[in-house]
Design a protein around this ligand. Structure first.
Ligand SMILES: C[S@@+](CC[C@H](N)C(=O)[O-])C[C@H]1O[C@@H](n2cnc3c(N)ncnc32)[C@H](O)[C@@H]1O
Length: 194
């Protein structure tokens, strides 16, 4: 069985600040924005936004942002922290009818999915993009001995998955600006819908 809304919401009930939350945007967002060419006002999505720091940062930078989470308490926390600069959507990324987007930023949503869901996640993400739209993000290639989520993904497997879902892989490299707790364990990608 896959983790659903109740499972994720329970974590937010039990922990006022879950372990993945960094209380601010990931430094990888700035690193990745240096690699993509997005016009001001572009329509962006952030799936699995949690407390919404990355989505709010993208809105602050002048993008039109919709952020998605399946857990009501995540969005409650996002609104409390960041107000209405972002359109917060209580939706399952697999079934939302939102989009099409110019770009989708993925930070610890893809790696939160059970590995059996990866292919459909990539395919669904592609359908949420406008032609030529970008899927860009970061993922762990190393989670140590930890039992997921997050689930580490090997670099070669990720490249094959991105291409197999119908994307042109524009950039793939190890991250250099990771949060110190994650340093040396993440890679970045930028892919365009073909
Ligand atoms: C590991 S957390 C990461 C949160 C945020 N991106 C961050 O880095 O702080 C994963 C988030 O994805 C959400 N999530 C899990 N499955 C989802 C789905 N199918 N659709 C939308 N959100 C989902 C969870 O509720 C959780 O908030």
């Amino acid at each position: 069985m896959f983790r659903g809304a109740d499972d994720w919401n329970r974590i937010y009930e039990e922990e006022s600040r879950p372990g993945w939350d960094m209380d601010g945007p990931t430094p990888l967002l700035a690193e990745l924005l240096g690699e993509v060419d997005l016009r001001p006002g572009a329509h962006l999505a952030v799936p699995g936004c949690g407390f919404g720091h990355d989505a709010a940062e993208l809105a602050r930078l002048g993008f039109e942002v919709e952020a998605f989470d399946i857990a009501p308490l995540a969005l409650q926390g996002a609104k409390a922290r960041h107000g209405d600069s972002v359109r917060w959507r209580l939706n399952d990324w697999f079934t939302t009818d939102a989009g099409p987007f110019d770009a989708i930023f993925d930070h610890t949503c893809f790696v939160a999915m059970e590995p059996a869901r990866r292919e459909s996640y990539a395919q669904v993400t592609r359908t949420r993009l406008a032609p030529g739209g970008l899927w860009f993000g970061a993922a762990f290639h190393d989670t140590g001995d930890r039992v997921g989520p997050p689930f580490a993904v090997e670099r070669e497997a990720m490249q094959a998955l991105i291409r197999g879902a119908g994307f042109d892989l524009r950039l793939f490299r190890d991250a250099t600006q990771s949060h110190p707790r994650r340093a040396g364990r993440e890679f970045l990608w930028v892919a365009a819908k073909e």
